[in-house]
Design a protein around this ligand. Structure first.
Ligand SMILES: Cc1ncc(C[n+]2csc(CCOP(=O)(O)OP(=O)(O)O)c2C)c(N)n1
Ligand SMILES: [Mg+2]
Length: 473
């Protein structure tokens, strides 16, 4: 969970462990009774209470390591252990394949914290001061943030106090006024000291606030997942509308959740004169109805009255004959979405409305691409292109060919990029369709509703054959 794979494993195989200015806390040791039992421990620390506190030391060295470390290195002979170092490399490779690469370069999953940090690195060229709060985002930021100089990574590593990042970022900006300061904060920690937005407003401190909103006390949830058989307790959290909150303090901001928007949103944040708040997230609403004529308007008006922009809307039949389903994507806070869904259930004749984050659903969008047949046939290795993008040709005519693929926005966007040089004539993408991951299927729910309130025979509707005219968006 913490640190790197190789050092974690090989700590339990080394002969000698040299610890400099560290306190052997639980994040480092895991289970103390199994930690480095085979090793002789040389512990250098300026604080005598740390020595022998958690791990029994073979050679304690009390003092400032600026002085004590050279004394130690003088006694050490240089030796070479290629096989031992090779072990680290092998573990490193394994860690890169199974963990680091999927986190930094995800393909189909939703936005990861790792890729956000990687982009911050690229855009700031490693020159920014990264201040982190406490939680999963902290681990990710400290793991992947790249720094060109010292005094660039400010984090609460000792006491691990949530709420640290926002005030600490203000302090960092005053300490280094010429440097860009990015505060990376979880949705939990931000709510602990958000009153410091007032300090930012009052003194005009230029702090870039990046909220990685996973809607959880993520790190506590991870412990419950790994060590308590997924018995989750009090780790789901609600958030206020952070962007509006920042606006109340005269701080600009935006909320995003799509990979396609990430780069430009980070750029906007970093180029912005003054403080800026960027939140990363999104919701999909699923509505089940019995009869869709006129319903769409009634649902849509609930959103438009609140000036809420619908990112995408799809209507389709469901697995139950006669039951229709809508998938609606919006970017809002949980509080607003919860109210909206309640309103939809109350004001419109629907059977049930659900709202889910991207983590709780599997979603896809369908895309069609029309390209000149000559161009693609001559210049593109069509088969490879189709394989790489999971696409297929649905129409091949003399003048044009139409390809089809489905996936997340960034996947379908990628194929646009690839086909553009070959004279992409037309591109169209459908609204999102989504399936809730842990749902047993709506028909199960329906049986419950039926048992409570047996339905009447469906009466044919006079508008049914005029569906196209009546059912408009
Ligand atoms: C003041 C305080 N309270 C509680 C904790 C225990 N704790 C450590 S991480 C964490 C969850 C952090 O959640 P969030 O800020 O959303 O970050 P995430 O892990 O989701 O990235 C909690 C409750 C703490 N470190 N500090
Ligand atoms: Mg969180």
């Amino acid at each position: 969970m913490h640190g790197n794979y190789g050092p974690n494993v090989l700590t339990n195989e080394c002969d000698v462990l040299i610890a400099i200015g560290m306190r052997f806390d639980d994040r480092v040791t895991g289970r103390l009774d199994k930690y480095a039992k085979q090793a002789k421990v040389i512990h250098l620390d300026i604080d005598p209470s740390e020595i022998d506190k958690n791990v029994k030391t073979t050679v304690p060295v009390w003092g400032d390591c600026k002085e004590t470390l050279p004394m130690l290195t003088e006694l050490v002979e240089q030796k070479v252990y290629p096989q031992w170092l090779q072990k680290f490399r092998e573990y490193q490779k394994e860690e890169e394949e199974t963990c680091i690469n999927p986190e930094l370069n995800p393909t189909t999953e939703q936005l990861t914290m790792g890729e956000v940090i990687k982009l911050v690195n690229e855009l700031t060229k490693g020159d920014a001061i990264i201040v982190t709060d406490v939680g999963q985002h902290q681990m990710v930021a400290c793991r992947y943030a790249k720094f060109n100089s010292t005094k660039s990574n400010v984090t609460s590593g000792g006491l691990g106090t949530m709420g640290f990042a926002l005030p600490a970022a203000i302090g960092a900006k005053y300490g280094a006024p010429d440097r860009t300061v990015v505060a990376v904060i979880g949705d939990g920690g931000f709510q602990m000291t958000l009153q410091e937005l007032g300090t930012i407003m009052q003194f005009g401190a230029e702090v870039k606030i990046l909220i990685l909103n996973n809607q959880f006390l993520g790190m506590v949830r991870q412990w419950q997942q790994l060590f308590n058989d997924k018995r989750y307790s009090f780790v789901n959290i609600q958030s206020p509308n952070y962007v509006q909150l920042a606006k109340a303090y005269n701080i600009d901001g935006q909320s995003i959740s799509e990979r396609a928007d990430l780069k430009s949103a980070l750029k906007t944040m970093l180029d912005h004169k003054g403080s800026y708040l960027l939140e990363v997230m999104e919701y999909t609403i699923t509505v089940y109805t019995e009869n869709h004529i006129g319903l769409l308007n009634r649902i849509a008006i609930i959103f438009s009255r609140r000036k809420i922009n619908i990112e995408s809307l799809n209507t389709s039949p469901s697995e139950v004959p006669g039951i229709h389903r809508f998938n609606i994507v919006i970017q809002e806070t949980e509080e607003v979405v919860r109210k909206l869904v309640r309103q939809v259930e109350k004001q419109v004749e629907v059977l049930k409305a659900y709202f889910n984050t991207n983590e709780e659903i599997v979603w896809q969008e369908l895309a069609l691409y029309k390209v000149p047949t000559d161009e693609v046939a001559e210049k593109v290795k069509v088969e490879r292109l189709l394989r790489e993008h999971g696409a297929r040709a649905v129409v091949i005519r003399k003048d044009y060919t139409i390809f089809e693929t489905s996936g997340h926005r960034e996947e379908t966007d990628k194929l646009v990029e690839v086909l553009e040089p070959y004279g992409l004539i037309e591109f169209v993408r459908s609204a999102r369709v989504a399936i809730i991951k842990d749902s047993s299927g709506f028909h199960e729910k329906l049986k419950e509703f039926e048992a409570l309130r047996p339905g009447t025979e469906i009466v044919e509707n006079e508008f049914l054959n005029k569906q196209d005219e009546v059912f408009t968006m």
